[in-house]
Design a protein around this ligand. Structure first.
Ligand code: UFG
Length: 322
């Protein structure tokens, strides 16, 4: 298939682009490099530098596209609370322009990077796709708005649309010839932060709260290897049905606490990794774990890289390359 990958210079987008190329697809990456990196665009992909809303029409107008994988987005929860305008413009308005370009050029399918943040504080864990969507920040709200847009475009215009709601994406793509991973200018994610301590660029890691209602008092999350996530995108492309908007949660179905993650990083790196307890971070739910039963049943997807040590080891190998 000929595919447009928006945000293909970013973490998840670049790894998915690599998987698509390996599977024999033709890939055009569109990225404004605001948070992505030119050298993360895998060899073999055509690269177009441009802002999504302004450029998508031009790119899709060149014709022949069989689908779009839409990763380009702003994705920092804290920033979205302070600057919601960036999320309505960068996520919702830009995605609307992309969808209009998809419609005008009769592109048949689209796979969208949605998020567990669309659910907000869960009533039920593991979280099924039928759980209420009550995002607690503008980031989650902006992604949910795009999910709603996709439902309406599928119903009205026959688009085959799939939203993949990611839980905590982690690890790196280190097998094969390409090495791709997480490189954020401002790092807020737990595993890369802990590995910065092991690498000596940070003194200690803060554990945001040790009084949560969890077995060891720290927050529990569902860490999914970025290569498993990429596998789900390829299956979603294959299984997309015209006129339907499908929504799938993607996690490994098991929860690890912040303390367990720090312990795994100690075991993998051999570094003592000092950890200090800090106040809770605003907006953090205590436990987020996915039910991925739907993705298994309907996409035939089963994550295979679920061992936390493996996830951390791949992220560590990638960090060592930088
Ligand atoms: N944490 C710490 N110390 C740190 C950083 C994080 O204790 O220095 C804790 C957080 O409080 C949280 C856990 O580690 O309990 C994971 O935090 P991350 O920032 O790595 O990830 P989040 O769970 O906050 O959010 C991620 C994505 C969101 C997505 C969400 C869904 O960034 O986009 O997963 O699960 F919506």
């Amino acid at each position: 298939m000929k595919l447009l990958v928006t945000g293909g210079a970013g973490y998840v987008g670049s790894v998915c682009a690599a998987h698509l190329l390996d599977a024999g697809h033709e890939v055009v990456v569109l990225d404004d490099l605001s948070t992505g990196h030119r050298d993360a665009v895998p060899d073999g992909a055509t690269f177009v530098e441009g802002e999504l809303g302004a450029t998508a029409g031009e790119v899709l107008g060149t014709g022949g596209f069989d689908g779009v994988l839409h990763f380009a987005a702003r994705s920092l929860v804290g920033e979205s609370v302070e600057h919601p305008e960036k999320y309505w413009a960068g996520n919702v308005v830009a995605s609307f322009r992309l969808l209009e370009a998809v419609r005008e050029n009769a592109v048949p399918r689209l796979v969208f990077s949605s998020t567990a943040a669309t659910y907000g504080e869960p009533e039920q864990v593991p979280i099924p796709e039928t759980a209420p969507t009550r995002p607690t920040n503008p980031y989650g709200a902006s992604k949910l708005a795009i999910d709603h847009m996709l439902t309406s475009y599928a119903n009205a215009h026959g688009l085959a649309a799939t939203s993949l709601r990611y839980f905590n994406v982690a690890g790196a793509h280190v097998g094969g010839t390409r090495r791709l991973g997480e490189r954020h200018a401002v790092e807020t994610h737990l595993i890369p932060i802990v590995l910065q301590v092991a690498a000596g660029t940070r003194d200690s890691v803060s554990i945001y709260g040790d009084d949560w209602p969890t077995p060891d008092g720290s927050c529990v999350r569902d860490y999914i290897h970025v290569d498993d996530l990429a596998d789900a995108h390829l299956l979603a492309l294959e299984k997309a049905v015209p006129g339907r908007h499908a929504v799938f949660n993607l996690g490994s179905g098991q929860g690890f606490s912040v303390r367990e993650v720090v312990e795994a990083c100690r075991a993998v790196t051999g570094h003592p990794i000092p950890a200090v307890v800090a106040p809770r971070r605003a907006g953090d739910p205590a436990v987020l774990v996915a039910s991925s039963a739907e993705a298994t049943a309907r996409l035939g997807w089963t994550p295979s890289r679920t061992d936390l040590h493996r996830i951390v080891a791949d992220a560590w190998e990638f960090a060592g390359d930088r």
